[in-house]
Design a protein around this ligand. Structure first.
Ligand code: G3P
Ligand code: CA
Length: 382
């Protein structure tokens, strides 16, 4: 029995499930096509509703991120896809953490047996002090427990601190298959290689062990229920040589991908969002995962400004587009959608979702998949 099965949280959100029920069960192509009505691109994936709601790090708005509890809750809320970030252990296992520094998201600091492992490293040009997954065996990491990353914003999530382990990606693959059998439909994953150049540099390359697991669990094909993703385009190029799974290049708002900095490639994010950059990405990937600010930049006051042409330009190159990250709290929302004065209270998330859906995006990463599904239903009814 998986960890999640012991602690399956919460009840199904009826409306969420109902919306999912209407959208996730394999729709006849025509219905799916009309679901795509707003111009989604790329092959029609019959069991993937568009716009697609991606549970960012699971349902990290409600549970400590990257735990089977967070993933289970996202699925139970109706998320179409569940996101993982991957880093390696000392003994080469792939585990789900947003970064290798586990200080903020586990109770490692409360383990005196690991006090001596605290160290300072340079990761992607940034000096970090803490505890790092590459210095722990899987067995040692399994003695830790996950905790809420931002307790100051999400105090309620701290209720679940200590409840779940750090999951391995293989445990997630097994969980997804079990849930897929139980639900009678495939459970889609969205899996990111974190700091791939750094890890390859210390002999813990991510891509080969990832490809091996994808092949073992039948997620290595062009039509597999998974998107691979990375902020480093060369990691997706490497994956393209190993598997046929769909691939997405993530983009920050500015600067240069770390792999480009490491190899001296002078191109910037601004170069990559131009038609020739998008054409290059489309030569080895099927999608783009830009920050929402590349869809609609914010002005100096934090309000949404004039939308860019990135959606149109990416679609013109056949790329689907899944921006990140929508969150319900005022502190994360564009200023025009904040409500009241409490930064951690919810603002007008529905208004913000609607503004981004209106740009024709093919999906969105969100910490609050239940809100995203309701906003999606509003959008499709418009
Ligand atoms: O992978 C999509 C999104 O999660 C990228 O940002 O920092 O949350 O991994 P991050
Ligand atoms: Ca991610």
């Amino acid at each position: 029995m998986t960890q999640a099965a012991r602690h399956t949280p919460g009840r199904r959100t009826v409306l969420g499930a109902a919306v999912l029920g209407s959208a996730a069960v394999a729709l006849p192509a025509t219905a799916q096509a009309t679901e795509r009505g707003h111009g989604g691109h790329g092959p029609v994936r019959p069991d993937l509703p568009v716009p697609t709601i991606v549970g960012h790090r699971g349902a990290s708005g409600y549970r400590p991120e990257h735990t089977l509890g967070s993933y289970q809750h996202a699925l139970d809320l109706g998320a179409h896809v569940i996101e993982q970030d991957l880093v390696p252990t000392k003994d080469g296992h792939l585990v789900c953490r947003h970064e290798n520094d586990i200080t903020a998201t586990t109770d490692v600091a409360d383990h005196p047996e690991f006090a001596g492992r605290r160290t300072t490293k340079k990761v992607d040009g940034v000096s970090l002090t803490g505890w790092f997954t590459e210095d722990f065996t899987l067995a040692e990491l399994k003695t830790l427990r996950a905790k809420e990353r931002i307790p100051g914003n999400r105090q309620r999530n701290t209720l679940y601190d200590g409840r779940w382990e750090i999951p391995t990606f293989e445990e997630v693959l097994r969980w997804a298959d079990d849930e897929g059998r139980r639900r009678g439909r495939r459970v889609w994953l969205y899996t990111e290689t974190k700091h791939p150049t750094y890890f390859r540099g210390i002999g813990l390359g991510l891509e080969e062990p990832l490809a091996k697991l994808l092949r073992r669990y039948g997620r290595d094909r062009k039509d597999s229920a998974i998107f691979l993703q990375s902020f480093e385009p060369t990691s997706m190029q490497r994956m393209a040589k190993l598997v046929s799974s769909p691939r997405v290049v993530l983009l920050n708002a500015s600067g240069r991908p770390w792999d480009f900095q490491a190899t001296g490639d002078p191109r910037t994010v601004a170069d990559l969002v131009r038609p020739e950059g998008l054409k290059w990405i489309a030569s080895f990937a099927q999608g783009l995962g830009p920050t929402l600010d590349l869809i609609i930049p914010k002005d100096a006051t934090g309000k949404l400004g004039t939308p860019t042409t990135l959606v149109r330009d990416a679609h013109a190159k056949g790329l689907i587009l899944h921006p990140y990250t929508m969150r319900n709290e005022n502190t994360f929302l564009p200023a025009d959608f904040r409500r009241g004065t409490d930064p951690n209270a919810y603002g007008d998330a529905f208004g913000a979702f609607k503004a981004y859906f209106a740009q024709g995006i093919d999906g969105v990463f969100t910490d609050n998949p239940d809100t995203g599904l309701l906003a999606r239903a509003d959008f499709l009814r418009r």
